[in-house]
Design a protein around this ligand. Sequence first.
Ligand code: SF4
Length: 375
Amino acid sequence: MSRPFLDLSDIRTIQIDPTSKCNLRCPQCARIHKGKVLANLELTDLKMSDYDRIYCKEIAPNIKDTLFNGNFGDPAAASHLKSAVELILKRTNGTVHIVTNGSLQSKDWWRDLAKMLKGCGKVTFSIDGLKDTNHLYRVGSNFDRILDNARMFIASGGKAKWDFLVFSHNQHQIEEARSLAIRLGFAEFNLKYSKRYISENSLKENVIDQERVDGMSSDLKESLHVQKSQEILNKFKTWENYFQTAKISCKFQKNRMIFVDFKARVWPCTWVAAPPYFIDNASPQKISIERAIRGYKKDFNSLRHYSFKEILSHPWLHKRLTESWESERIITCARTCGDQIEYTNGFHQNSKLEILKNADKDILPTSLDSRIDSQ
Ligand code: SF4
């Protein structure tokens, strides 16, 4: 039976991609294709008038958490970020959580942000290893600068979390990074196991990306469910076959979350929001989502053209999306929220979160952490 994705009054968490700008070139980020920023990607930011429409009077009082975590940009690259945080904290009683590579902005900026978020927010620094490894995935990052920014943020009263994406090239540094996190005063340390070996190409070719698996320790392979992925492929022969039978349990609907992108377009979640901007027109995910929204006006989900209420009442979010979970599934939905394999490392699935000693456990719930696999 079809049902709305969410009603206006259901929304508790808003995830926002405030900009399409970033200083890094992480190879599997959605904004990067073959090592370069997508040639078709418009470099732009949300406007303060967009926040006015997002945090309208029907929604703002219910919001418990805002998550700045981009598909195409780093929130710290958005020049308006602090103004947006100010508006959100004024209009809602909720918390604000920012996920960043940590290598942008000045130390003064981080000090000011810490003061704004003290007691009502936190920053996750995505640091995948140490000085000799972080830049291998976080291409273009400056480790010393990240630590300087984190130090200033923490010294100014900010609550900080260290997210460590585990790869074969940094798996041996987990303990050292954890000790450093403790010494620096991070409140949380989180190991993230991402299925980057199931790439767009491997979806097309119905394989797992062996190059990315080679070199992984057996522990890492186990944490990444490499064998399980292969078993699914052996059983269903193609990813598409699996996707068309997977039972879907929607993570964003369950957690009463919604996503707004850097052009103020509303999407059901962070994962579905990315493929429409892909440059590769043969991407299985892009084809699948374009098929699902074909026939709708170009701006059908834009807050610059419609109110949040109108967008949620649009046929797609009102019923077609939820219907698709039982019939012609969107590949991204089946891949991310299918029942046979846990793909994402958001919501602490495929993650190991540790609350570090002396952390203030009462500031924020830890269950709402979500992060797209592309950053
Ligand atoms: S991928 Fe689909 S099913 Fe999963 S959270 Fe997004 S909208 Fe829901």
